[in-house]
Design a protein around this ligand. Structure first.
Ligand code: HEM
Length: 394
């Protein structure tokens, strides 16, 4: 592993920002070896990050580089996030049809209702674990309702998707494979049921598209549904968790938001910039040899954009280490950039805004029930968030 940048060290997992600062200043395009033995480039400056995310020479479907096709990729990768044009346009277009701005804003009332129910349950307790009791259930209920997943199966989805995410650090690989087999079996049986009895949910709509000229193959249906389930809640859980942590650590900002709830949109944008939920999942592969800012990147090299580092680049953001919910015009990259810009961003923003506004109104005196140092950050390369947030509500 590169001695300058220990991605999986406890120190980095707790607080990656000093390491990012060092890299931006000394080696903004760094080649390093990950603990699984894979080598890759890490991009840490804002301008470079934007350039990579918009440059079509950095591609997503690695199998194309080695003479394969999408068929050779894992079943969970048959979706827009791991594809390039023209497949990307077709796959994204099909889902985009269902993720319209009207559909998202039509969810507002339901998201508020779910939020109120969860807060009502919490109100009976003196302490809660914000992650388990609120931040996780809210987005998983929302995405499961959009997809039409039966309510009683939601918890299984949490276990499976956690396993996929945390399996990414190698330690949990065996458990991950077992969970993935259960997940594939569940999806096959579930799709079979929907085929016989189609409804108005997103899966039924995607299946109907199977009969049109623009259609999804069976593998793509697996890939797209898996992506929506994982992307639809793993990230939003951490948006809610990271927002509350930032507000509690900055009581003057919390007070400001309590006095001016109308600036909630800005507050969520600032959390996304200050401590975004996505760590390293923005990977690409160089489709040709190229010189990038003096670095000789070779065809087939892995290139990862560190979004949280780009969002702390002082060349782009004034006083980036300061959490300031009144910050104006924040072109942060928490949702990525270019053709893979997050499809669920409007939904995530809506959920985040409703969740945080309601939570701080309902429990104005909440406090962290452990010290900041005791917070346990989740391992793995994909998301940035903590395992538990014990809160004292009154
Ligand atoms: C893509 C972040 C919530 C669905 C992405 C990407 C990022 C991201 C950074 C681009 C990855 C890349 O370029 O390699 C986030 C964050 C979220 C969030 C920070 C919450 C705060 C959601 C939600 C959904 C969703 C709620 C769906 C319900 C997707 C999809 C893509 C994507 C489908 C792939 C788009 C494509 O490849 O064209 N997200 N996401 N995300 N996200 Fe999100």
């Amino acid at each position: 592993m590169n001695p300058k940048f220990k991605v999986f060290s406890d120190e980095f997992t707790k607080n990656p920002y000093p390491a990012y600062k060092n890299l931006r200043e000394t080696e903004p395009v760094l080649k390093m070896r990950f603990p699984d033995g894979q080598e890759g480039w890490i991009i840490t400056r804002y301008d470079d990050a934007v350039e990579v995310l918009k440059d079509h020479r950095f591609i997503k479907n690695v199998s194309k580089l080695f003479g394969g096709s999408m068929e050779h990729q894992s079943i969970f990768m048959h979706n827009m996030l791991f594809s390039d044009p023209p497949d990307h346009k077709r796959l994204r277009g099909l889902v985009q049809k269902a993720f319209t701005p009207q559909m998202i804003s039509g969810m507002r009332g339901r998201i508020q209702e779910i939020t109120n129910d969860l807060l009502e349950k919490a109100a009976g307790k003196e302490t809660i674990n914000l992650i388990d009791d609120f931040a996780f259930p809210l987005p998983i209920i929302v995405i499961c309702e959009i997809l039409g997943v039966p309510a009683e199966d939601r918890n299984k989805f949490r276990i499976w998707s956690n396993s996929l995410i945390e399996g990414s650090n190698g330690e949990h690989a065996a458990e991950m494979f077992q969970h993935m087999n259960e997940f594939i079996l569940y999806l096959s049986e579930w799709f079979e049921k929907i085929r016989k009895n189609q409804g108005k949910d997103l899966i039924s709509q995607l299946m109907m598209a199977e009969n049109e000229s623009d259609h999804l193959t069976e593998r793509e249906l697996f890939g797209v549904v898996t992506l929506l389930i994982i992307a639809g809640h793993e990230t939003t859980v951490n948006l809610i968790g990271n927002s509350i942590l930032a507000l509690i650590e900055h009581p003057e900002q919390l007070g400001l938001l309590q006095n001016q709830p109308e600036i909630i949109h800005n507050a969520i944008e600032e959390t996304l910039r200050f401590n975004g939920p996505v760590e390293f999942s923005t990977s690409r592969w160089a489709s040709e040899d190229l010189d990038f800012k003096g670095a000789a990147i070779r065809r087939g090299d892995l290139v990862i954009v560190a979004l949280n580092s780009a969002n702390h680049d002082p060349l782009q953001f004034k006083d980036p280490e300061i959490f300031d919910i009144t910050r104006e015009k924040s072109p942060h990259l928490a949702f990525g950039k270019g053709i893979h810009l997050c499809l669920g961003a409007p939904l995530a923003r809506l959920e985040g805004e409703i969740a945080i506004k309601s939570l701080i109104q309902r429990f104005p005196d909440m406090k962290l029930n452990i010290s900041k140092d005791q917070l346990e950050w989740r391992p793995g390369m994909i998301v940035r968030g903590v395992k538990e947030i014990p809160l004292l509500l009154k």
